[in-house]
Design a protein around this ligand. Structure first.
Ligand code: EPS
Length: 392
């Protein structure tokens, strides 16, 4: 008998999000988290706050104060192994009760008919047969990623329990590049980088990044960028080379590329290895008397579809947000009149926020791969299994 199976790359965890950008709120469930994990709304909210930050965010973030309310799966501060349900209310909902009413209403509601190039609008109305683009844009909005961060924070807590830390930093916004090397431990990186409004390391570059965002904003435009996500404390053997569905890099990429506006992912040196010789790329092996060591980590912690006990390093690129205050050419979907695209309140830059979303998706992917390899119905069992068999 077939059970209900959510179609994802995940093996042990399942999660779903629901919610429209201007609906009542966001709903999420994550199932498969072992019992006995300490978690609080305060812990979740700390991550939600990180997603709301960043220079270049628009008016919506001034309205929202995202709060993850735990509805199920936790008792007296610890997980029960049952599905964890989380709710985040949209504070903006009170301004949208007519436009986003669940029940039919008598009032005339103006339909959105001018698709934005780059957004889900045009393909979405064709796919679902809508005449109002709002039916598409409400769910395709990056507001949905709030819930991914909320659910991802439960996985982050689980990873922290076993010494795995995930952090990120912005490398590039538009044409401004921060060439700094990361000199912080992964567990300390976020507390440093989070102090920067663009989440970069170099203070001079920070000013230039702010300038380029301000310039874009002033002209009604938007900018994208690149950021790096790192995970440390990873044992050997998450993922496998035995089948395409098992490879860790496929699982990570599928999860990452599901984030709104993400256009590219590099594992380790990625595209930057293409112009190098093999002898310059591959990470030579040493031994310090206790364990194997590597002289470099160009592979970004993954070889043959498995973690190799080096930090996992990912670079990701985000395109500029497609909702523009200075809109591009478009065509009315009903009249076929040539007009400018629909304007909504928007962000000039959401790259710093996107780096938090990517961290969260990596948390879910790695927690899943960890539970797949080491199992355990409660956190103590997971720890005991890891103590007995994990190799670093
Ligand atoms: C977002 C909320 C949205 C946008 C943004 C991301 O809120 P609103 O549409 O009310 O301003 O700020 O999404 C987009 C720009 C987009 O094109 O989807 C959030 O919570 O991150």
């Amino acid at each position: 008998k077939k059970g209900i199976k959510i179609k994802t790359m995940l093996k042990r965890l399942q999660f779903l999000t629901a919610g429209e950008s201007h609906g009542k709120g966001l709903v999420g469930i994550i199932d498969g988290i072992p019992a006995g994990l300490e978690i609080s709304e305060e812990y979740i909210d700390r991550q939600l706050r990180r997603r709301q930050m960043g220079h270049g965010r628009g008016g919506r973030m001034k309205i929202e104060k995202d709060h993850g309310e735990i509805w199920s799966g936790v008792r007296h501060g610890k997980t029960l192994a049952s599905p964890i349900g989380i709710l985040v209310q949209n504070l903006d909902w009170k301004n949208w009760t007519d436009k986003m009413s669940v029940d039919p209403i008598d009032k005339e509601i103006k339909e959105v008919t001018l698709p934005r190039p780059g957004h889900a609008d045009l393909a979405g109305i064709h796919k679902y047969g809508f005449t109002d683009i709002r039916n598409v844009l409400e769910r395709s909005s990056a507001r949905e990623t709030t819930m991914r961060v909320a659910l991802g924070s439960v996985c982050r807590k689980l990873l922290e329990e076993v010494g795995i830390h995930i952090a990120s930093r912005v490398v590039q916004i538009h044409d401004v590049i921060d060439n700094s090397k990361i000199e912080y431990k992964t567990s300390k990186l976020n507390s440093f980088v989070d102090k920067s409004p663009v989440r970069c390391i170099d203070k001079n570059i920070e000013n230039q990044m702010i300038e380029v965002i301000d310039k874009a904003k002033k002209s009604g435009d938007s900018v994208g960028g690149i950021f790096e996500v790192v995970a440390s404390g990873i044992p050997y053997g998450l993922g496998s080379y035995t089948q395409w569905t098992e490879k860790l890099q496929s699982r990570i990429s599928a999860m990452m590329m599901s984030i709104n506006a993400f256009k590219g992912i590099e594992i380790g040196n990625g595209f930057r290895s293409a112009s190098k010789f093999g002898s310059e790329v591959h990470d030579e092996i040493g031994h310090d008397g206790k364990k194997f060591t590597r002289f470099t980590n160009n592979a970004g912690g993954i070889e043959g579809g498995m973690s190799n006990a080096q930090p996992i390093v990912l670079w990701m690129s985000m395109k500029p947000i497609s909702t523009l205050i200075k809109p591009l050419r478009s065509v009315d979907i009903l009249t076929h009149e040539k007009k400018k695209a629909h304007k909504e309140r928007t962000d000039a830059c959401a790259v710093p926020a996107a780096s938090i979303i990517a961290e969260s998706m990596l948390c879910i992917t790695l927690a899943d791969a960890l539970l797949e390899k080491f199992g355990g119905d409660n956190v103590d069992q997971l720890k005991a299994h890891m103590k007995a068999t994990a190799k670093y």
